[in-house]
Design a protein around this ligand. Structure first.
Ligand code: ADP
Ligand code: ZN
Length: 702
């Protein structure tokens, strides 16, 4: 035996599912042979013990892997200091490391490539690897929980998969995908062109390899679940927000134990713990819901692209209306472009008509005579209809006719939406609610008016106008219960419903062959939002809705009611003209140097009081001005330039009692942009009163 010095001993970096990077520990001699990257260990933490994952090992001062970024390294060290007592000695500060207590797995629980992805995610989103780990793995897994029953009660009867020959366009796209071992594809196919069929066959062609298929909120995809179940039986694990913690654990374990070949799910399924992944598919890649809006603000699509790169596998992004960024990158050759230009069986695209509500005769507040006539006709022919209004509740505000008072959320700078079913005024930001009074709280007036439209109101109106109609509403309020969405879709399929009415939920992905009419009640809700992506979103949403009509034997018709019929987006929607829209929009983006011509990082500053916010932001502003010089302005600085916009009050000034300011960094080069953001954060490190959120690649600037 010889005396070991500190540097002689084996050290490990342990990642815990908390918002921090890895911590360093010593490994006692008897545990050294058991240490494996990705295995769980039990380690002392603060005053207790915690379960973490071995991120990497350092043996006798020799690192098995070099850390990528020095800033991460620095941060890690400070965290080690705070997490563990650092002993200050006269000349040299030595960090006293503690030993881990046990290794809990014989085999790694988290595959090494997944660990790499988790690290990448923490770093890219200027967050921590620990928070990424927490997002990636169900919490019960760390404690070794076995999971619940894991039986998800969908209908047990599944219709057998239809058998047909692929169209020549499908054939061509599929063979390109099958041929490749790696690389990214954009599958751009008009609505109803058979994209899903290509996904299914590409998965079948993989043989032993595994697939992750992401969809934009599984609640929206009852039909996809059925198609996957009928094709792949019990070889599929499902991930969606309706799972209980126990179900989540058992789905995760099924994947980890190799019992399933496919993970189908929303965002977090991108972290499915497969060992032999061959393919990732992102359906409706343009969907905003791939981005997480709180905590770790990651885009599952972009993390998927990173995962495909790390694992050297192929990835398919599918959409009828690709995001501008994705289409741009496809044009530049970063993704292989695959196109489906026609609907299956050469079915025609639906006719789209803009209904000018300033001129049209109206039967009620929300319905033109024209639209009502069309709905009656569809009903008489045994066809179904979809009606969309992208705003839930009954009316977006109550107003006192005498003094103009409207109810605002006490915690957010947002007017409250009246919900008639619960007779409450709800905040759609923080979910709190109030009960309205009979008299105006301000002037005691008694004339209170409902202003504006919500899904509950257009439902009520339509039922009154056509009483014999069987109507169902689908929005977040009617789909809170587990599987309620699935049931509505089933009822629609089985033709128990004449008209399905709701928010954007009704526009996505469904394949109802008997729907001939799709309508937007009040398109103006979506136009002119103060966001550079608002036209893009409007175009995508209306095109997706139009895509639901006329998928069966009878042709489809689309009616868009609006008070702004000359808005430029409508031209492209009517013409089913994606490329025309793209060309117009990409020019605007270029002019303003918005993505894809730049990248954005948004920093949101949250304060407990309005006055503190103002005072401190003045200071912050001065500090930010000082740190700009190393980063040349965007216009003159070439690719390394960074523009710092703000700080300024955020458009939504208060949410959940926090007063918000924000700052947007814009740059072409991801690295210098990130450096600039780091400098901004560094410059205000000592200000205690701020709660800071960093959003890399933000898609919501409100
Ligand atoms: P998309 O995802 O592009 O909107 P789907 O994959 O849902 O389109 O296909 C639309 C419909 O056409 C589905 O009912 C599907 O089963 C059917 N379908 C797909 N490919 C074919 C084909 N080659 N021949 C006949 N029907 C097809
Ligand atoms: Zn609120």
């Amino acid at each position: 035996m010889y005396n070991k010095t500190m540097s002689d001993q084996m050290k490990v970096n342990i990642l815990f599912p908390i918002n921090a990077n890895a911590f360093t520990y010593l490994v006692p001699e008897e545990l050294q042979s058991k240490i494996k990257i990705g295995a769980r260990v039990l380690a002392p933490f603060k005053r207790g013990k915690k379960i973490g994952i071995v991120q990497r090992t350092e043996d006798r001062g020799q690192r098995t892997e070099v850390r990528r970024q020095s800033t991460e390294d620095r941060r890690q060290k400070t965290e080690v200091r705070t997490g563990h007592k650092a002993a200050g000695t006269g000349f040299k500060k030595e960090i006293i490391l503690k030993p881990i207590e046990a290794v809990l797995d014989d085999e790694p629980l988290v595959p090494e490539s997944l660990l790499k992805l988790i690290e990448w995610t923490g770093q890219y989103y200027m967050s921590t690897a620990g928070l990424a780990l927490k997002n990636a793995i169900p919490s019960g897994i760390f404690e070794g929980k076995k999971g619940g029953k894991g039986r998800i009660t969908y209908d047990d009867e599944i219709r057998p998969a239809a058998i047909f020959n692929l169209t020549s366009e499908q054939e061509k796209a599929l063979s390109e995908i099958n041929k490749a071992q790696s690389g990214a594809f954009l599958l751009h196919g008009v609505t109803g062109s058979g994209k899903t069929e290509i996904y299914l066959r590409a998965i079948e062609a993989l043989g032993d390899k595994e697939t992750i298929m992401l969809v934009p909120e599984i609640a929206l995809t009852a039909q996809i679940i059925d198609r996957f179940r009928s094709r792949f039986k019990d070889k599929v694990a499902f991930f969606h927000s309706g799972l209980s913690p126990g179900e989540r654990i058992s789905q995760w374990r099924k994947i980890r134990n190799g019992e399933v070949k496919i993970a189908l799910g929303v965002r977090s399924a991108v972290f499915a713990p497969f060992n032999n992944l061959g393919l990732i598919i992102i359906d409706e890649e343009h969907e905003a819901s791939y981005k997480q809006f709180e905590g770790l603000r990651y885009s599952a699509r972009d993390v998927a692209l990173a995962r495909a790169k790390i694992e050297g596998i192929k990835i398919v992004l599918g959409s009828a209306t690709p995001s501008l960024e994705t289409f741009y990158y496809a044009k530049k050759g970063k993704l292989t472009y695959l196109e489906l230009t026609h609907r299956i069986e050469q079915k025609p695209m639906p006719r789209v008509e803009i209904v000018d509500m300033t001129k049209e005769e109206k039967e009620s507040l929300s319905y033109s005579k024209k639209l009502l006539g069309v709905l009656k006709e569809a009903l008489a022919n045994g066809h179904q209809s979809l009606i969309m209004l992208n705003r839930r509740g009954y009316s977006p505000f109550l107003m006192c006719v005498d003094c103009g008072y409207t109810y605002k959320c006490p915690a957010c700078s947002i007017t409250l939406t009246y919900h008639k079913d619960t007779k409450t005024l709800n905040c759609h930001y923080c979910n709190s609610f109030l009960e309205p009074q009979d008299v105006c709280p301000q002037c005691k007036g008694v004339k209170i008016k409902y202003i504006g439209l919500g899904t509950q109101r257009i439902e009520e109106e339509l039922q009154a106008l056509i009483p014999e109609l069987v109507l169902k509403r689908m929005d977040r309020d009617t789909t809170r219960k587990k599987l309620s969405h699935y049931r509505i879709v089933k009822d629609m399929e089985e033709k128990k419903i004449d008209v399905l009415l709701g928010t954007q939920m009704i526009a996505k992905g469904h394949d109802f062959p008997d729907v001939t009419v799709a309508a937007v009640v009040f398109a103006d809700v979506a136009l002119n939002l103060p966001d550079f992506r608002s036209s893009e979103r409007t175009f995508q949403l209306f095109t997706q809705l139009a895509g639901r009509a006329g998928r069966g034997d009878a042709p489809g018709e689309v009616f868009i009611q609006t008070y702004e019929p000359h808005h430029y987006v409508f031209n492209y929607v009517c013409g089913h003209n994606y490329t025309g829209f793209y060309q117009n929009e990409i020019e605007l983006r270029k002019e303003l140097a918005y993505p894809p011509f730049s990248k954005l990082i948004r920093i949101v500053f949250n304060f407990k009081s309005k006055d503190t916010a103002k005072k401190i932001m003045k200071d912050v502003s001065a500090r930010v001005k000082k740190i700009t010089p190393p980063f040349p302005p965007l216009a003159r600085g070439g690719d390394g330039g960074v523009a710092i916009l703000g700080p300024a009050p955020a458009p939504v000034e208060k949410i959940r009692n926090y007063w918000r300011w924000h700052l947007i960094l814009k740059g072409k080069n991801s690295k210098s942009l990130r450096q600039a953001a780091s400098s901004v954060l560094e410059a205000m490190r000592d200000i205690k009163e701020i709660k800071i959120d960093v959003d890399v690649d933000p898609i919501n600037l409100l």
